[in-house]
Design a protein around this ligand. Structure first.
Ligand SMILES: [Zn+2]
Length: 78
């Protein structure tokens, strides 16, 4: 995709986890698309992404799930 900042092609989307809020109202958003551009080295969120983060921020109590799942690590070979 085209970079919003320098206008060159080659920007890629990386999925990142962002933490929002503070104190007792801290929560995480997974799979946030962060655009990173190898030409200018910038990383940024698109306007649509920011809008969605704002929506999640307003309704996070309804939208978040508390995950407490047992996690095992696979140690064998393929
Ligand atoms: Zn760029």
């Amino acid at each position: 995709m085209v970079c919003d900042i320098c206008g060159k092609k080659g920007a890629r989307i990386r999925r990142v986890t962002r933490s929002c809020g503070r104190g007792r109202s801290t929560f995480l958003i997974e799979n946030v698309p962060l655009v990173t551009c190898p030409s200018c080295g910038e990383s940024y969120l698109t306007a649509d992404t920011l809008k969605e983060i704002e929506r999640i921020r307003l309704h996070w109590r309804q939208l978040t799930v508390v995950k407490r799942m047992p996690l095992a690590k696979f140690g064998g070979a393929a």
